[in-house]
Write a protein that binds this ligand. Structure first.
Ligand code: NAP
Ligand code: COA
Length: 267
């Protein structure tokens, strides 16, 4: 794995950092010298991620929690402050997704995704603020193209991730004066992830999806990690409040049309 950034002795905390894109981001930072902590619901996944990151040389800590439970988020961050001290770089990426037409989804199904992606992000960001190193901290919310391109079977995710990006923009205003930068990354379709398994459940659909990307391939978790390192580095110290698509040009090409090809016909 390439690591062209130096984050030696920087403390990173990745919410939802135990699998997929977010674990890829955690790996990148650890490979670049950072000490990376992670949190997610499954204790088993937390333990495995911490072990992997420690093998990369990181002083890692892990916490099992649900981001929908604000007290659990606060308690974990308070414990992390004792375990590891202040946070230089916060990544908020816990999320849930399932493909379903709005007419086929219960209110609770819609709520589950909004509660994890949007309310959970608020819990993480607001609770972590007091533990950030100020000035100089960098926050990255993991968004999605669904935030700005409508997709069938994704009404819950579109609504939730659009909210996440507005949180990014609003908090850039509120926290900028304290020297805290906050940005979103909107990954395109990323190979080998749970999100792709759910939205492109077979090889044919995954290939169609790759063809709909101007760069003609799926992205990698490392490419999202590289973008996260750039946004958290000194090279980006005047960048705040942006939503950065890292998607091979997918959103420009019209991800909605691509998603239509993936969707099942409505009954
Ligand atoms: P993933 O591996 O399922 O990642 C989701 C992470 O969030 C896991 O670590 C999961 O661990 C954790 N999580 C889920 N619900 C949680 C909750 N209620 N509380 C705490 N942690 C929770 O899926 P992924 O596809 O890599 O997605 C990662 C991020 O990238 C998400 O924000 C997603 O919206 C975004 N994204 C993905 C793609 C893609 O192509 N995959 C494209 C655009 C954006 P536990 O199960 O242990 O809780
Ligand atoms: N279609 C329609 N509704 C669905 C659904 C689907 N495929 N999957 C779940 N739901 C509904 C459930 O029926 C339930 O609603 P109900 O109570 O009215 O029946 C609601 O969503 C909550 O489901 P539940 O399983 O209790 O939620 P949970 O909190 O345990 O899990 C999810 C949250 C549903 C988002 C789950 O898929 C998850 O944990 N995902 C995390 C991993 C992930 O999605 N990764 C991809 C990248 S973001």
């Amino acid at each position: 794995m390439s690591a062209s950034f130096d984050f030696s002795a920087r403390r990173v905390f990745v919410f939802g950092g135990t699998s997929g894109i977010n674990l890829g981001i955690a790996r990148c930072f650890a490979s670049a010298g950072a000490n990376v902590s992670v949190a997610s619901r499954s204790q088993e996944k937390v333990d495995a991620a911490v072990a992997e990151l420690r093998n990369l040389g990181s002083k890692s800590f892990g916490y099992a929690l649900d981001v929908r439970d604000v007290d659990a988020v606060r308690d974990a961050l308070a414990q992390h402050a004792k375990d590891a001290g202040d946070i230089d770089i916060l990544i908020s990426g816990a999320a849930g997704n399932f493909p379903a037409f709005a007419n086929d989804m219960s209110a609770n199904g819609f709520k589950a995704v909004v509660d994890i992606d949007l309310l959970g992000s608020f819990h993480v960001l607001q609770s972590a603020y007091e533990h950030l190193k100020k000035p100089g901290a960098s926050i990255i919310n993991i968004s999605a193209p669904q935030a700005f391109v409508a997709m069938p079977m994704q009404s819950h995710v579109c609504a939730a991730k659009a909210g996440v990006d507005m949180l990014t923009r609003t908090l850039a205003l509120e926290w900028g004066p304290a020297g805290v930068r906050i940005n979103s990354i909107a990954p395109g379709p990323i190979e080998g992830t749970e999100g792709m398994r759910r939205l492109a459940p077979n090889k044919k659909i995954a290939e169609q999806c790759a063809r709909s990307v101007p760069l003609q391939r799926l992205g990698t978790t490392e490419e999202i990690g590289q973008a996260a390192m750039f946004l958290s580095s000194d090279a980006a110290q005047y960048v705040s409040g942006v939503v950065l698509p890292v998607d091979g040009g997918w959103s420009v090409a019209g991800a909605g049309a691509a998603a239509l090809a993936m969707a099942q016909p409505h009954k």
